[in-house]
Design a protein around this ligand. Structure first.
Ligand SMILES: Cc1cc2nc3c(=O)[nH]c(=O)nc-3n(C[C@H](O)[C@H](O)[C@H](O)COP(=O)(O)OP(=O)(O)OC[C@H]3O[C@@H](n4cnc5c(N)ncnc54)[C@H](O)[C@@H]3O)c2cc1C
Length: 318
């Protein structure tokens, strides 16, 4: 990789980073996109996406993301396989003179005038042997995205906080029965959310219970869960067509440290829409979004971040 200064570096090649890349590349800014541990981001690990506008019959997540990548490449975006370990956003040397933004990937340091952080938020999974193989086939971390596929079916939701209650309430619009499975007896969820779930006829609760396994990889669909009561040790199988994780997400922003504003869970807090307190540094997609977490919103803020980067470069005369 040449060590020249870049106009735009984008951390992350999910739908937010790729949309930013398309806009920045079409503005002749030759962006460099760093792929990270998950090239293509979360859409690359899912199956059918039915809510991204423009695809009346839906589109496979990996196909959608591959098309975005090709679109960015067509206008001159470049890609680099690598993982950002730290960034230095200070842009000032000890003597007070100006220096570029520094992006460190192991031994390599990249320099940029603007940086777009589009590093997403990773869903927390249970770590079961068959879980990853069934993502997109009944295992999901997004009720808004996948609930519709399970109309008329029985579903399990894992977790005991507000996310789990929200998912269960949303899924009860489609499912005939939603079972909330929680490893403790007490819930972290707010009283109001818990009450709403408790009063819902289709929502049932299983407490002090953990999931030991999810079936059935050979059929490429979820057919049930092996459960265990933590108090009695009893194991049994619960037939369900889907398992939704409601145990939160981890924003991928550790490399920023305390240089940008972050909330208690580590999500970046943008200044305005996509700005930050560091000049030339913009934030887009799920890394700053604990509420919507959708492909179209991530793409939307990616576009905004690229337009802001373009404006900033103009302002500094580049
Ligand atoms: C199973 C599943 C199904 C989904 N289905 C839908 C759906 O049907 N419709 C919908 O709208 N949304 C869906 N979503 C949500 C959607 O995928 C996300 O909202 C969207 O991908 C967020 O885009 P993003 O670009 O912000 O982040 P991500 O897609 O998470 O991409 C983040 C990128 O940052 C990179 N990265 C992270 N850390 C670093 C680092 N340190 N250095 C370099 N790179 C780094 C990663 O490798 C990745 O390339 C689904 C999500 C999942 C998990």
């Amino acid at each position: 990789m040449p060590d020249k200064m870049r106009n735009v570096i984008i951390i992350g090649s999910g739908c937010s980073g790729l949309t930013a890349a398309i806009y920045a590349a079409r503005a002749n800014l030759s962006p460099l996109v760093i792929d990270g541990h998950e090239p293509g981001g979360q859409l690359a690990i899912t199956t059918l996406v039915e809510n991204f506008p423009g695809f009346p019959d839906g589109v496979q997540g990996p196909e959608l993301i591959e098309n975005m990548r090709k679109q960015a490449l067509r206008f001159g975006a470049e890609f680099l396989a690598g993982h950002v370990v730290t960034v230095d956003l200070s842009q000032k040397r000890p003597d007070g003179s100006k220096k570029p933004i520094e992006i460190k990937l192991g031994r390599e340091t990249l320099l940029a005038r603007t940086l777009i952080i589009a590093s997403g938020a990773s869903a927390r999974w249970l770590g079961l042997a068959n879980e990853q193989a069934l993502i997109g086939h009944g295992v999901s971390s997004c009720a808004t995205c996948d609930g519709f596929f399970f109309s008329g079916k029985e579903i399990a939701v894992i977790g005991g906080g507000d996310s789990a209650m929200e998912e269960a309430l949303f899924l009860s619009r489609f499912a005939t029965k939603v079972t909330i499975i929680h490893r403790r007896g007490a819930f972290r969820a707010s009283k109001i959310m818990l009450e709403r779930a408790r009063q819902h006829q289709q929502i049932k609760f299983l407490t002090d219970t953990v999931v030991d396994d999810v079936f059935d990889v050979s059929k490429k669909e979820v057919t049930g869960l092996r459960l265990r009561n933590l108090k009695t040790g009893e194991q049994w199988d619960l037939p369900v067509s889907a398992m939704f994780l409601g145990i939160g997400h981890t924003p991928n922003a550790q490399f920023v440290g305390e240089q940008l504003a972050r909330d208690g869970d580590g999500y970046l807090i943008p200044d305005g829409y996509v700005g930050s307190r560091a000049p030339g540094v913009f934030i887009s997609g799920d890394v700053a979004d604990r509420h919507y977490r959708q492909a179209v919103t991530a793409a939307g803020t990616g576009c905004m971040a690229a337009l802001e980067a373009e404006k900033y470069l103009e302002e500094i005369g580049k």
